[in-house]
Every structure is written in structure tokens, then in C-alpha cells.
Design a protein around this ligand. Structure first.
Ligand code: XMP
Ligand code: MG
Length: 185
């Protein structure tokens, strides 16, 4: 599916617009995977996948990344429906051995930046050799805190709208869509 294609009628009650089509997602992933491969070629980086929203992105990026690397998973949750609760819950970090590792945080979307800031606060204590971030989407929003970490690799910058699909959900629904769409509120 291409960006701007009509929303398939089965999803038309939930999605108002195809913001990023699957073909464009695949193209950007292959570009970013090449850049990461170049940078990390003999470093065996660890893709630290922030569940659940990054699941599709991480699976596709990992398979496009033509160098040895490993995957680990943590869980972060801040949203209730389409509203950020302002409180971030991070689970799973305590059981990982990250000392000396080259960590690439794989995030679905950066909005206020709270999740990433909290994650960096925790990651800075684990003795990683390096920490970078690769984010599928960056929202153009005034709600971003000034102290939000800079995202190293952003695949798409999007307007300040609630989006679903390609891993992103609204109360667990619509994650399975192959494209990123604007949620019809
Ligand atoms: P913050 O505000 O902490 O948000 O940067 C990051 C997390 O919030 C979720 N989020 C969204 N999820 N559609 C979603 O499905 C959205 O438009 C959206 N905006 C933020 C997401 O889990 C992200 O990791
Ligand atoms: Mg979510």
C-alpha cells in the first residue's frame, strides 16, 4: 500500500487517512538498516525493543539489518486510550545484562519524550558502551519536553495526530494494520 491510498473500507470507521503506506515504511527501513550496518558493523549491537508498539518495526528492521546483532525486549506503558497518563511504567530492564553493550533503543513513536527520558535515566546506570535511539515516528508537537533526549534515527516525522497501525494501538486495537493511519476520534 502506498502513502495516501484510500483507507480499506473495513477500517474506514477507525482510520481517516493512510499516513504512511507499507511500501514507504519498507523503503525507509532498508535505508536506516544500511546506515546502522555501516556504523555498527563489528560491534554486535543489541536492539532493545520497547514493547508493544515497536513490535512490527523491530521485526522488520532486524530482518533488514545485514550484520550480527541481538534482540532484547522491555515494556513501557504510558497511554490510556489516546491520552498520555504522564506516568511511565518500564518493565524488564532489571534482568538484562547491558554492561559494555552497544544498545540501540527501538521505539515506535516519540511524542512528549517522557518515555525516552525515563528510559535513558535508567539506561545511563547500566554501563552500556553506547546508547542510541531508532524511532519509527516523531510527532511534531509542542508537548515535547525540552529535556527529551535527541533521537538519533527517525524514520518519519508526522503531524500531531493520534496514529495507529504497524504496531501502534488504541487500547490494543489496530496494531495489526500494515500501514500507519490517522485514528478517527
Ligand atoms: P511519549 O509521550 O512518552 O510517548 O514520548 C511515547 C509512547 O506513547 C505512545 N504513543 C502513541 N501510541 N499512537 C499510539 O498508538 C500515538 O499517536 C501515540 N503517541 C504516543 C507510544 O507507546 C509511545 O512509545
Ligand atoms: Mg501504545
Amino acid at each position: 500500500m502506498q502513502t495516501g491510498d484510500p483507507v480499506p473500507s473495513i477500517w474506514a470507521d477507525d482510520v481517516s487517512e493512510v499516513l504512511i503506506g507499507s511500501a514507504d515504511i519498507a523503503l525507509r527501513i532498508s535505508q536506516v538498516a544500511q546506515a546502522l550496518a555501516h556504523h555498527y558493523c563489528s560491534l554486535n549491537p543489541l536492539l532493545l525493543v520497547v514493547l508493544k508498539g515497536s513490535v512490527m518495526f523491530a521485526a522488520d528492521l532486524s530482518r533488514a539489518l545485514p550484520i550480527p546483532h541481538e534482540l532484547e525486549f522491555i515494556r513501557a506503558k504510558s497511554y490510556d486510550g489516546t491520552q498520555s497518563t504522564g506516568t511511565i511504567h518500564i518493565q524488564g530492564l532489571e534482568s538484562l545484562a547491558l554492561s559494555g553493550r552497544h544498545v540501540i533503543v527501538i521505539e515506535d513513536i516519540i511524542d512528549t519524550g517522557l518515555t525516552l527520558r525515563q528510559l535513558y535515566n535508567s539506561l545511563n546506570k547500566v554501563g552500556a558502551a553506547s546508547i542510541k535511539t531508532c524511532c519509527l515516528l516523531e510527532k511534531d508537537t509542542a508537548r515535547r519536553g525540552k529535556d527529551a533526549p535527541v533521537v538519533d534515527h527517525v524514520l518519519f516525522r508526522i503531524p500531531d495526530k493520534y496514529v495507529v497501525g504497524y504496531g501502534l494501538d488504541c487500547d490494543q486495537r489496530l496494531r495489526h494494520l500494515s500501514f500507519v493511519g490517522v485514528y478517527r476520534q
